[in-house]
Design a protein around this ligand. Structure first.
Ligand SMILES: [Zn+2]
Length: 463
């Protein structure tokens, strides 16, 4: 009895200009995919033969070009064709992959898989809590288990839940019924945190529901506002042994989720870039982090914007400031051969600077992917990177040969700070900057989403 395993993920951002290329995908095939996926043991222990396909995962970016998408999708389809007698398929998706000329990358692949496998084959998925679920997903998959944490810390648990549900469905011979309830709201992703109320209680409820014998999985998907597509919104998805239960529970969760729509607020200070910079300069805390949320590389933005750096340069501060992770291949290339301590002129900023340190940058999988150059403009240091990267932990600063602990103000291109940086932050300020990952829904000019949609429209709704 075979179970096919694969993963194909890239969170798309319609506003981002850079489309992911092949080299942007961390890629494994065959047995090596289990360096990344944790499901092999559960399937093997349950007596199944595990058939690995590919693992292909990229950092959030612009929409995926059709030929890049098909290059990977066809490899998964080939594994399915070679093993069309499989009794199960397990795929770890993000759930918000938008493909040029195709639409939802997840849906297309599932449709193609469904044409190949037998009617009895059970398809189980793991998805990110920010997945934009398409209404047709229930026609092509049987089980979905979404992350229950934002920021995400339960990827492995979510994989195992989906794997165990798949085993249960195959062994019991009962194909789950999936019910999807769209919830017409689209909120600032960074205000939705599962360790805070009201989401905390709602997530706990989904976990209790999953203890029931008749429910495989109960999920809240919060949606992802940076894709302009008809499936962009929150949703609830319940997989149960019968249609009535799945529908009833999904609707009940949807109504509860809808009822909370006005309660999501930033848990940290969120201000305009100008005000954020002033607050950081004037704050008395030992170390203040400012997040440049509109240019958040973990949400698909390019990380090229120097607006916040310029705001600091305009204000002559005595504090030691570091602006980390500005994507600029030209600057790194142009000054790479200069020695540390040498003076240079940075045309892009019309400023003199001193080369402070040469270093490396880390990719999504924490591997070294390129070079970084730290330039000092008086008290203000800026780390330029030749490729897009995300400064999410102290190691990013270490690899760039900069001392995180020496700074009083640190700017990173994120929304909320990653957990790994929190111990170094005595205060966090969320700068509401513009850009590909701008969190202000009203500014996104979404034209393809369904309407009415809260908060763009004010209306009554019930599932
Ligand atoms: Zn997510």
């Amino acid at each position: 009895m075979k179970i096919i395993c694969a993963s194909f993920q890239c969170e798309s951002n319609s506003r981002a200009k850079t489309h992911p290329q092949k080299h942007d995908f961390e890629y494994f095939r065959g047995e090596d995919i289990f360096k990344k996926l944790v499901v092999k043991e559960v399937f093997t222990e349950a007596g199944f033969e595990v058939i690995p396909s590919i693992y292909s995962v990229a950092l959030p970016a612009g929409t995926v070009e059709k030929d890049i998408y098909l290059y990977y999708a066809e490899q998964i389809l080939q594994t399915v064709k070679d093993n069309s007698d499989a009794c199960g398929v397990y795929i770890f998706f993000h759930g918000s992959m938008e493909v040029d000329e195709i639409g939802s990358g997840e849906l297309y692949l599932l449709k193609e898989i469904k044409k190949i496998v037998s009617e009895k084959c059970v398809i189980s998925l793991t998805m990110d809590a920010h997945a934009n679920i398409t209404d047709e997903l229930c026609d092509y998959a049987d089980i979905v288990c979404g992350f229950k944490t934002v920021p995400h810390t339960d990827q492995a648990e979510s994989e195992l839940r989906a794997a165990n549900c798949l085993i249960k469905a195959i062994k019991s011979g009962i194909k789950p019924f999936m019910y999807i309830q769209r919830v017409p709201f689209l909120l600032k992703n960074d205000t939705l945190l599962t360790r805070e109320e009201p989401l905390k209680t709602l997530i706990e409820e989904t976990m209790e529901l999953e203890n029931r014998n008749d429910i495989y999985s109960a999920n809240l998907f919060l949606g992802h506002c940076w894709i302009d597509a008809p499936n962009t919104s929150a949703s609830t998805v319940v997989c149960a042994t019968d249609k009535k239960t799945a529908q009833k529970v999904a609707k009940s969760l949807a109504n509860k989720l809808w009822a909370t729509r006005k309660l999501y607020k930033f848990k940290i200070e969120a201000e305009s870039p100008e005000k954020s910079v002033d607050m950081a300069i004037n704050g008395s805390e030992n170390r203040i982090f400012v997040t440049d949320s509109g240019d958040n590389t973990t949400a698909g933005a390019e990380g090229q914007c120097t607006d916040i750096l310029k705001l600091f340069l305009e204000r002559d501060t005595a504090k030691r400031v570091c602006v980390a992770g500005i994507t600029n291949q030209e600057i790194v290339e142009k000054f790479w051969n200069k020695k540390d301590g040498e003076s240079i002129f940075v045309k892009e900023l019309s400023k003199n600077a001193i080369v402070k340190s040469h270093g490396n940058i880390l990719g999504w999988g924490k591997e070294l992917i390129g070079r970084s150059l730290c330039l000092s403009f008086g008290n203000i240091d800026a780390i330029f990177t030749e490729k897009r990267s995300a400064f999410i932990e102290k190691r990013n600063f270490d690899e760039a040969n900069t001392d995180l602990l020496s700074y009083k103000v640190v700017v990173v291109k994120l929304g909320y700070l990653f957990q790994e940086l929190k111990p170094f932050a005595d205060r966090e300020i969320f700068a509401l900057s513009d850009g590909a990952s701008c969190v202000e829904i009203e500014k996104l000019n979404l034209t393809k989403i369904i309407r009415p949609m809260y908060p763009l429209d004010e209306f009554e709704w019930e599932a």
